[in-house]
Design a protein around this ligand. Structure first.
Ligand code: ZN
Length: 86
């Protein structure tokens, strides 16, 4: 393989094992999301997008089910965390 210009050979680095702890960041927003995965060969795929509460996502799922009879969803939740290194 040809070396790229400015290539600097990797020097040996010692990676120290550091313990970390993830603490919830209260300043970050919690979000919920659901994607409709109803259907055998082709999943529906309609996506709620990120919403600010679990109740809002359940409401979105209910409305989607009412118009399509789709009742299977993949849900996800996200929040923010601050990593504290020991
Ligand atoms: Zn659907």
């Amino acid at each position: 393989m040809r070396q790229r210009q400015g290539y600097v050979p990797q020097t040996r680095r010692v990676l120290r094992f550091v313990e970390g702890k993830a603490v919830k960041d209260a300043a970050g927003e919690d979000t919920w999301r659901a994607v409709c995965v109803s259907g055998d060969d082709n999943e529906c795929g309609v996506d709620s997008g990120e919403m600010g509460g679990e109740g809002a996502v359940v409401k979105w799922m209910t409305v989607h089910a009412a118009t399509t009879s789709h009742t299977r969803f993949k849900r996800s939740f996200s929040d923010y965390a601050i990593l504290e290194l020991k």
